[in-house]
Design a protein around this ligand. Structure first.
Ligand code: CAA
Length: 282
């Protein structure tokens, strides 16, 4: 399949990042959100990223201008018409994602690929909500999208070989390295990452070390770019908790139970960097 145009639904941090890398790879992009202010914010963020790259001498001003010109804004899934693939990156709520997929399926016809950037919702269930479920797939980008090398591809049990091949080729065209995961709770990355973060939360709760010492230990002791508690703040403690709950419920083992201190922070509204307070203050 020749993918020339990509629609992204959800103009938050992930959606804007996906739109940016797609436009930088030469694709026409439509960045859709029902909240027009978010679309504007997303586009402004992409412009700022590209300007920074120009200032650093990593990109010419002409290439930056051509990249931004390839991205249009949209307010409805109808604006995805004409795209060969849509990637949804809306809030981690299954009902919302199903509604988006239904709208995309109507607008794009049965040939287009419908990809989800979900970190935890079963792709098989999302696929079951649209006609031609064989064109549904998981395409899980990592945050920050322009920097992180990986895209996790998740095949639902319905996903066709053709959908998988086209999606894998697209991710590589965007400059990413892909891994293939089965459609199981947390896929590969979060199955391993979230228990590590959760264990850091238990360690903090038990007073094994201070938050700063736990992070320094893992950062300098295991060469991670950020310590686990800083990374949790960066991902969002609400997101970490919700993925931990998916692992616990989906895999049914006590070892995945979310740390009470993580739940407590979320209940306090201390969600990490985005709310200026999590395990650390920002
Ligand atoms: N968007 C775009 N570019 C960004 C960026 C952003 N949000 N944040 C940083 N960058 C760029 C910087 O511009 C800089 O680029 P140059 O090298 O070209 O100058 C480069 O990244 C390095 O940035 P900094 O020097 O400011 O900071 P750093 O070296 O500390 O790196 C980091 C920042 C890349 C975020 C690094 O700390 C890191 O890799 N952290 C771990 C991130 C991670 O694990 N992400 C995955 C989270 S899990 C997930 O996403 C899945 C899920 O479902 C929860």
């Amino acid at each position: 399949m020749d993918i020339r145009k990509l629609a992204v639904v959800g103009a938050g941090q992930m959606g804007a990042g996906i739109a940016q890398v797609a436009a930088q790879a030469g694709l026409e992009v439509v960045l859709i959100d029902q909240d027009g202010a978010l679309v504007e914010k997303g586009l402004a963020g992409i412009r700022a990223q590209l300007d920074r790259a120009v200032t650093k001498g990593k990109l010419t001003a002409e290439l930056a201008a051509a990249t931004i010109a390839r991205i249009k804004g949209g307010r409805s899934t109808d604006d995805a018409a004409g795209a060969q693939i849509a990637v949804e990156a809306v809030t981690e709520n299954e009902a919302v994602k199903r509604k988006v997929f239904e709208g995309l399926a109507r607008a794009m016809g049965t040939e287009a690929i419908l990809a989800s950037n979900t970190s935890s919702i079963p792709i098989t269930r999302l696929a079951a909500s649209v006609p031609a479920p064989e064109r549904v797939i998981g395409m899980h980008f990592m945050n920050p999208v322009p920097v992180m090398q990986l895209v996790e591809i998740i095949r639902a049990i319905q996903t066709s070989d053709a959908t998988y091949a086209a999606t894998d080729a697209l991710a590589k065209k965007l400059g990413k390295t892909t891994v293939l995961s089965k459609d199981m709770p947390g896929f590969i990355v979060n199955r391993i990452l979230i228990p590590m973060i959760n264990e850091a939360c238990f360690a903090l709760q038990e007073g094994l070390g201070s938050a700063a010492d736990i992070d320094t230990a893992m950062k300098l002791g295991t060469n991670q770019p950020m310590g686990p508690l800083t990374l949790a703040d960066f991902i969002g403690l609400d997101t970490c908790l919700s993925i931990a709950e998916v692992l616990h419920k989906g895999l049914g083992e006590d070892k995945y139970r979310p740390a009470p201190i993580l739940r407590q922070h979320v209940e306090a509204g201390w969600l990490g960097k985005k709310s200026k307070r999590g395990f650390f203050a920002y």
